[in-house]
Design a protein around this ligand. Structure first.
Ligand code: PLP
Length: 408
């Protein structure tokens, strides 16, 4: 993989901060965008912009065709059986809220259980809390072991006839753990539960196959896969989506509206009330083309190398003073590393690194239950992507050595 050639496609990587070239290591929060994605979005607005599914005039038909072509592109990416299984949303957060609201209205009753895990992002916890508050469902949390892997030995105890939904992340945004979704899905299906997968942190790193994962519903965000902000995907199994009521009401999702009744269109239109982010969908399609052009195997090999390099640097330069959380084994994780440096608060680390142009994230990473479980107030996280180099990982560790000296 020619990282320098890839870097040349990302205009933002030419920027400098505080006199240093930007070292962007926060791609788990949002990825940077290649020129092809920026151009696809801008081309839509300069050449094709019209509202979709409404006009009979040629421009509107073109815009609709572009939007539906993007749906087909995403369907290919997740290996959907049909493009109608792809619902465009704003992002993973909106997708998971849609799922909880809709299942809350159709599948769940007071006393039912939703099983999730302690490593979830808040967007896969808070929507279930809404249902706990509104209708009295109960939320169970699958624990992790000392290596940051899910405790599958606890599953039998937690899965029961009352478990109606199992909602879990494919990959952790903090620990980097890649979860054995298929195994969990099989066991969830054995008790009749619906399986919801948060693929926000896996879609950037590997191709998604919804059937192979055993997912019933799956969500990811465009902005983490080189696409724009404000576009994301909810994929759902056709027969399940057909039984789910809408979560938002408005234009384009209805069949008929009268003073005393309303009926809804078939999916995906049923779940896409109002004007969608058409330019975002078109640009997301360009982003998936870009990633596929680089090649998933190349991406995996590159990220593995970056991870192993970071591990080596951590051991060589810090020994026990820098602790990386999550699985050690490269096969069980992707390349995000969250760490604690003895006696230094993560916010101080991130602030000092910023002075060298290095962008990392510090905080609870929208995973407060996980922070509680790990008994840390916060962690620092470096999340590289296809455009990062081993030299940048070295700069990160140079910066961390400086931080350690300042606080010595
Ligand atoms: C695992 C995981 N799930 C969900 C989200 C929420 O994604 P978004 O903010 O794009 O809706 C994130 C974002 O960081 C995440 O890492």
């Amino acid at each position: 993989m020619d990282v320098e050639r890839i870097r040349a496609d990302f205009p933002i990587l030419r920027r400098s901060f505080h006199g240093h070239p930007l070292v962007y290591l926060d791609s788990a929060a949002t990825s940077q965008k290649p020129k092809s994605v920026l151009e696809a979005e801008s081309r839509f607005y300069s050449e094709t912009n019209a509202n979709v599914h409404r006009g009979v005039y040629a421009l509107s038909v073109e815009a609709t065709d572009a939007y539906e072509a993007a749906r087909e592109r995403v369907a290919r990416f997740v290996h959907a059986k049909d493009p109608s299984e792809v619902v465009f949303v704003r992002g993973t957060t909106e997708a998971l809220n849609l799922v909880a609201t809709s299942l809350g209205r159709s599948h769940l009753h007071r006393g039912d259980h939703v099983l999730t895990t302690v490593m979830e992002h808040h967007s896969n916890i808070v929507p279930w809390h809404f249902l706990r508050e509104q209708m009295g469902i109960e939320i169970d949390f699958l624990d992790i072991d000392a290596n940051g892997r899910l405790r599958l030995d606890e599953l039998d105890r937690l899965l029961g006839p009352k478990t109606k939904v199992v909602s879990l992340t494919h990959a952790s945004n903090v620990l980097g753990t890649v979860n054995p979704v298929r195994e969990i899905a099989d066991r969830a299906h054995a008790v009749g539960a619906v399986v919801v997968v948060d693929a926000a942190q896996s879609a950037p790193h590997r191709p998604i196959d919804v059937a192979a994962l055993g997912a019933d519903l799956l969500a990811f965000s465009g902005h983490k896969v080189l696409g724009p902000m404000g576009i994301g995907v909810l994929w759902g199994r056709a027969d399940l989506l057909a039984r789910m009521p809408p979560a938002s009401g408005g234009g384009e999702m209805i069949q008929e509206v009268h003073q005393d009744r309303v009926s809804y269109r078939e999916p995906p239109a049923r779940f896409e009330a109002g004007t969608p982010n058409v330019a975002g969908a078109v640009a997301l399609s360009a982003a998936l083309d870009y990633l596929e052009g680089v090649g998933w195997e190349e991406i995996a090999a590159h990220e593995r190398a970056l991870y192993l390099h970071a591990r080596k640097q951590a051991t060589r330069r810090f020994e026990g003073r820098l602790r990386i959380y999550g699985p050690t084994e490269a096969n069980d994780r992707h390349d995000v590393i969250s760490f604690a440096l003895a006696k230094v608060h993560p916010h101080d680390i991130a602030t000092l690194l910023d002075a060298d142009g290095i962008a990392v994230r510090a905080g609870h990473h929208c995973c407060q239950p996980l922070m509680e479980r790990l008994e840390v107030p916060a962690l620092t996280r470096s999340s590289p992507y296809i455009y990062n180099t081993e030299a940048e990982v070295d700069l990160l560790f140079d910066g961390l050595e400086k931080v350690a000296k300042v606080f010595a």
